[in-house]
Design a protein around this ligand. Sequence first.
Ligand code: URA
Length: 206
Amino acid sequence: MDDLKTKQLKEIRDEVLTLSTSPLYAFRKEHGYFPVIGQGNHDASIMFVGEAPGKNEAMSGKPFCGAAGKILDELLASIKVERDSVYITNIVKDRPPQNRDPLPEEIAAYAPFLTRQIAVIQPSIIATLGRFSMTYLMEQYGLQDELQPISALHGHVFELSSSQNPHYLIPLYHPAAAIYNRSLINILKKDMITLAHIYASLPQEH
Ligand code: URA
């Protein structure tokens, strides 16, 4: 593992740990929660970006370890990709009360850390999970004119113009949506096949 990447990711973790200016910091401290920075391979070709930690995640400090995580594991298994080979993070690093949608000021507080994680890991493909990371990252990559509801964009492959990584952005439904609406799992699995095709088309690493 690249020591520089590990060092840079630790710096990000340390800054988030002490981010007392965050609107969610007091809630974290009050409940003894952990921030959820991210988990996975620092050289991952695929990065998944969710919304915000739920209770299980805030209690363990690990992303997607609860019910939504089980669905994500099922999706990864469906394309035979190991969870350890990808990197999984969220746009918002602390749990919002009652798992409510993140507020714009919360996204603004944490998104710069996501941008830095992407710059360190340099994934070839970013798969957004849900509309918040989709909207933020499409705006970041100059795709604001292409924004539509996630029902219209899921599974669409956006090729990014940048000469650096990431090369592709693929919006996916949030896995939690499939907990209550099992028919969405088939849509998610279909979109994962699209992701797997893009992944298979990447030049082999040496
Ligand atoms: N939902 C998310 O968006 N992220 C997690 O880590 C868990 C649930």
